[in-house]
Design a protein around this ligand. Structure first.
Ligand code: NAG
Ligand code: NAG
Length: 242
């Protein structure tokens, strides 16, 4: 689908979250972040859509067919999490060793992480079969498995897929490697609405979402003719103020 710049997108805003959501179409082109700020000030937040019925009701409010309007769904492409530990994740202080231009989420489908034989990391499609490393004395399992199957194997035989907390640990692992292996780092796609609620219902175009690149976030818009959703890159704050 053609890329339409954020400046041509309007927003759908939600007023009340009392049982029945009330949607308001605002025909005032803004970036996703600009729309979010506006509607948090004037209403409650960008639109959250939790069911097919809500998506239909939202469509009835848009009035202008053939447009794209922002909704509150976004993909936090930096939300990496190690499988082991308490789930808390400190982005600033966490150790990462990405290859140049990685992670790039090619095709919007890469959410699991491999380490290569020199110790650098990249994101890959979780369904790829690869060897993997289990802790804690760094056990290389040279059998090809998908990330999920590899994780279950490590959980049943050891503790989990390996967590790499610093360069010292990274340097202990890669000399064992002949090829890319799974490590215990991944992220989940399109998990949250702008109001922080968990996104369960989705209404994407068939080929969507396909966000790729290293933008910090990607955001969803609804087609006001069909009610189908598409993803667009989030612009930076800097670009927003231009
Ligand atoms: C690396 O992390 C491990 C686990 O937290 C810790 O025991 C070790 O001291 C750390 N090494 C360095 C050099 O920071
Ligand atoms: C997403 O929503 C869940 C459930 O409300 C919440 O626990 C989590 O912190 C949210 N994630 C982000 C990145 O805001």
């Amino acid at each position: 689908m053609a890329l339409i710049t954020a400046f041509f997108l309007s927003g759908l805003y939600v007023l009340s979250t009392n049982m029945v959501r009330e949607y308001h179409y605002v025909n005032s082109p803004k970036t996703w972040a600009g729309a979010q700020t506006f509607c948090r000030e004037v209403y409650t937040d960008l639109a959250t859509v939790e069911s097919k019925e809500e998506n239909i009701r939202l469509l009835l409010e848009t009035q202008e067919p053939g447009k794209l309007a922002w909704i509150g769904l976004y993909d936090d492409t930096k939300s990496w999490m190690w499988t082991m530990g308490d789930g808390k994740f400190d982005r600033e202080n966490s150790f990462f060793r990405w290859e140049r231009n990685e992670p790039n989420n090619i095709g919007g489908k890469q959410s699991c992480v491999v380490m290569n034989w020199v110790g650098f990391w990249r994101d890959e499609i979780c369904e790829t079969d690869r060897p993997f490393v289990c802790p804690s004395k760094y056990i290389l399992v040279d059998t090809f498995m998908t990330w999920d199957v590899a994780r279950n194997y490590c959980l049943s035989k050891y503790t989990d897929l390996v967590t790499v907390r610093n360069l010292t640990e990274n340097e202990k692992i890669h000399p064992m490697l002949a090829r890319n292996v799974w490590i215990g780092l991944r992220r989940n796609f399109w998990t949250n609405w702008s109001d922080e609620s968990l996104a369960t219902f989705k209404n994407w175009y068939e080929s969507q979402p396909d966000n790729s690149g290293s933008t910090p976030a990607s955001c969803a818009a609804v087609d006001t003719t069909t009610g189908t959703w598409a993803n667009f890159p989030q612009r930076t704050e800097e670009e927003d103020t231009r």
